[in-house]
Design a binder for this molecule. Structure first.
Ligand SMILES: C[S@@+](CC[C@H](N)C(=O)[O-])C[C@H]1O[C@@H](n2cnc3c(N)ncnc32)[C@H](O)[C@@H]1O
Length: 274
């Protein structure tokens, strides 16, 4: 997120000026901004001001949230060109996406960096791969043997395959289209990343079964603050017991605030045959 002062540029009446956004997200040539509904009648002038501030950008989207199982954005073009597909560069990796169709979480940057330093010589399973946020980063920045990237949403899968191609990691990343409950391999991977927040716990058994004995799982969850970290750890232990494996909790961290009273947490777990 970049923070620059729109107040000085727009000079709106004080009651409107105080509602102006103070931050926005830039993905490639597209700016995404959240604007309160009460300021909706100013959306176009806000968009024009942002374009003037960032001459290399060509489109401004009013970001109105995400919806559904695929966490699809709800947004509209408020300034610039109608074309919304773009290429975003992050730490030497290229991500082709349409921010009107696909959400790109910059809040997970630290976790992507952490993962990309861990995977040398490993077979990695990225269970909710999206457009390749973890998979591409791992393939470009470390030396894994293989990254299996499973994605259900056909639009995300199409960008995932394109991103594998433009980052030239086709020999390492294997994109798989489908539900990870059905497509995850069994007892073979050194590391599994379960980077999804909504119903990740329902896939815990698939994640645990994918890992060879002695391998590691990174389990992400949207957890009510009061249950941090006991709920995700209890869910992991219950799932491991159900599939006859034992676990050792080796790390726990908070990635970001996800919603009011809800944290995005990650639990690192070593998995063994019971
Ligand atoms: C919000 S993205 C997260 C991407 C990435 N793992 C990260 O943390 O930055 C979650 C992705 O999981 C996909 N997804 C949801 N349910 C799935 C399932 N059962 N099997 C495979 N992919 C799934 C969604 O389509 C979406 O692209």
């Amino acid at each position: 997120m970049t923070s620059t002062n729109l107040r000085d540029i727009l000079r709106l009446p004080p009651d409107e000026a105080k509602m102006l956004p103070r931050g926005w997200q830039i993905l490639g040539t597209v700016i995404l901004v959240s604007i309160p509904d009460a300021l909706g009648h100013r959306a176009n002038v806000i968009g024009d001001a942002l374009l003037a501030m960032y001459p290399r950008c060509s489109t401004v989207l009013w970001n109105r949230g995400v919806t559904g199982r695929f966490r699809e954005p709800i947004c509209e073009v408020i300034a610039g060109m109608p074309e919304t597909e773009t290429t975003h560069k992050e730490h030497g990796c290229y991500f082709r996406l349409d921010p009107c169709k696909i959400m790109f979480s910059q809040g997970n940057l630290v976790e992507r960096t952490r993962m990309s330093a861990l995977c040398d010589d490993e077979v990695v399973l990225d269970m909710f791969a999206g457009i390749g946020y973890f998979s591409i980063r791992i393939a470009v920045r470390s030396r894994p043997k293989k990254v299996i990237a499973i994605e259900l949403n056909p639009t995300s899968y199409q960008y995932l395959t394109e991103n594998v191609r433009i980052n030239k990691v086709g020999g390492v990343v294997l994109p798989v289209h489908g539900d990870c409950e059905l497509k995850a391999p069994e007892n073979v991977v050194d590391r599994v990343i379960m980077g999804y927040l909504d119903v990740t716990h329902k896939q815990l058994i698939s994640g645990i079964c994918a890992v060879r004995s002695g391998g590691i799982m990174h389990y992400h969850e949207g957890t009510p603050e009061a249950l941090t970290y006991q709920r995700p750890i209890r869910r992991i232990k219950d799932a491991a017991q159900a599939c006859g494996r034992s676990v050792d909790i080796i790390g726990r961290r908070t990635v970001k605030k996800y919603a009011p009273g809800v944290l995005h947490v990650v639990i690192d777990v070593k998995i063994y045959d019971a």
